[in-house]
Design a protein around this ligand. Structure first.
Ligand SMILES: Cc1cc2nc3c(=O)[nH]c(=O)nc-3n(C[C@H](O)[C@H](O)[C@H](O)COP(=O)(O)OP(=O)(O)OC[C@H]3O[C@@H](n4cnc5c(N)ncnc54)[C@H](O)[C@@H]3O)c2cc1C
Length: 382
């Protein structure tokens, strides 16, 4: 019955391509099929920021030089909702690479590794005889990885719910002209409708990815059309950077304990709700979770989901619980003001915040107490 594969991956974004590369890295002879409803290159609404941790993942996937032709961005500036400001050189630089380029390169790398890439829109999924069937049984996989993004059809088809509104953000991004020498990733938080922030991430070619994002319930509370709010706030916060090619999308934020699949179907990246609730970072999580899912799919004989869940927990478990806790505390803008003010005075705190916001960092208890003390002092002072 149908076309039989060791692994079928639905979605060719960072999570899906990483699953393909990860699987081939541990089992080069595995028959791997990568499906995407679009042809590559294709655009994806994103800030295009690739954290240093994401580059570590590229190395683990066997494509360490994938974005070496893009200039690293050495500086980061953050302005808190109350106006506290920190600007510093990051311990390890980030990159800004348009997704049109980044995703196509990853898919091409997978193709060169022997992965079959097909344009195909997946709309149905059933289980039969220890296999997973797609497209009315025309495609049959021993395991399926659902890496089909925030609106994942695979997640819906295995009966798992989408992120609730309180764990969903919505953001718009565009491109603007900046001086060619601009090498600062800039984040300006906004107290109104908090949590909300605008960014400008210079690409290095005289343009920058600029955008604005906020939580969905806060957007709805304005009672105004989403487009009006998102476009308006972006223009208000970055008036000197008029943006073109604006596109919006929602972000399923990590609830702390992801549900990464069911049966022989594993979910990775946005499909698993893996976006950092503090920053909106999702590319590093997508690469990491995709790699772990791809490896578990072709390595674990009995129960790939169990193996994947364990690896994901080892890699991100404590971190995800930390970001969940911090995201709750950060509902109060004063907490973020205190954290940024502390980071401006203490280098190690700045590095740690970057690691928590863009990587897999956790917060040591003494530091959490120091920030909480500053926060409370702010609340209690007249
Ligand atoms: C405005 C905005 C700004 C962001 N900025 C950043 C940032 O600067 N840095 C960062 O790290 N993260 C950022 N993120 C988050 C980041 O974009 C996502 O976390 C990341 O794209 C997740 O990758 P993915 O592979 O899981 O999903 P995607 O990149 O969404 O890829 C999913 C793929 O699945 C395909 N697909 C979907 N449905 C089907 C189907 N039924 N059949 C076949 N194919 C299907 C799609 O065509 C797509 O190619 C931002 C998000 C938004 C919305």
């Amino acid at each position: 019955m149908g076309d039989g594969w060791d692994l079928i991956i639905v979605g060719g974004g960072p999570a899906g391509a990483a699953a393909a590369l990860g699987a081939k890295r541990v089992r080069p002879d595995a028959r791997v099929l990568l499906l995407d409803k679009s042809d590559f290159p294709r655009d994806k609404a994103c800030g295009d920021g690739i954290a240093a941790h994401g580059r570590d993942e590229l190395a683990l996937l066997g494509v360490p030089g994938l974005i070496d032709d893009h200039r690293p961005v050495p500086h980061l500036e953050v302005i808190s909702p109350g106006g506290a400001r920190v600007r510093a050189t990051v311990a390890r630089p980030n990159h800004v690479v348009p997704r049109m380029v980044f995703d196509a390169r990853l898919v091409e790398a997978a193709r060169r590794r022997g992965v079959e890439v097909r344009r195909h829109h997946v709309r149905d999924l059933t289980f039969a005889g220890g296999h997973v069937l797609l497209s009315g049984g025309a495609l049959r996989g021993r395991v399926v990885v659902g890496a089909d993004g925030a609106n994942s059809a695979v997640r819906r088809l295995i009966g798992l719910p989408a992120a609730p509104p309180r764990h969903t953000a919505i953001a718009v991004r565009g491109y603007a002209d900046v001086p060619a020498g601009d090498d600062v990733q800039h984040i300006a938080m906004q107290a109104e409708g908090w949590p909300a922030y605008a960014w400008s991430f210079p690409i290095g070619d005289g343009t920058a990815n600029v955008g604005f994002g906020m939580l969905l319930p806060r957007l709805r509370a304005t009672g105004l059309p989403g487009r009006q709010v998102l476009h308006g706030r972006l223009a208000e916060l970055l008036p000197h950077l008029p943006a073109r090619n604006l596109r919006a999308h929602h972000l399923p934020l990590s609830p702390g304990r992801p549900k990464p699949g069911a049966g022989r179907v594993l979910l990775a990246g946005d499909a698993a709700g893996l976006i950092n609730p503090l920053t909106g970072e999702g590319i590093y999580y997508a690469l990491l979770s995709g790699r772990l899912a791809g490896q578990a799919a072709v390595e674990a004989d009995g129960d790939p989901l169990r193996a994947y869940r364990r690896k994901l927990r080892e890699a991100l478990g404590r971190h995800l619980r930390t970001t969940d806790l911090l995201a709750r505390a950060a509902q109060s803008p004063g907490f973020i003001d205190a954290a940024i003010a502390t980071a401006a005075r203490r280098r190690e705190v700045f590095d740690l915040l970057v690691d928590v916001g863009l990587g897999a960092g956790t917060v040591p208890a003494p530091l959490a107490f120091a920030v909480a003390r500053r926060w409370l002092a702010g609340i209690l002072s007249p």
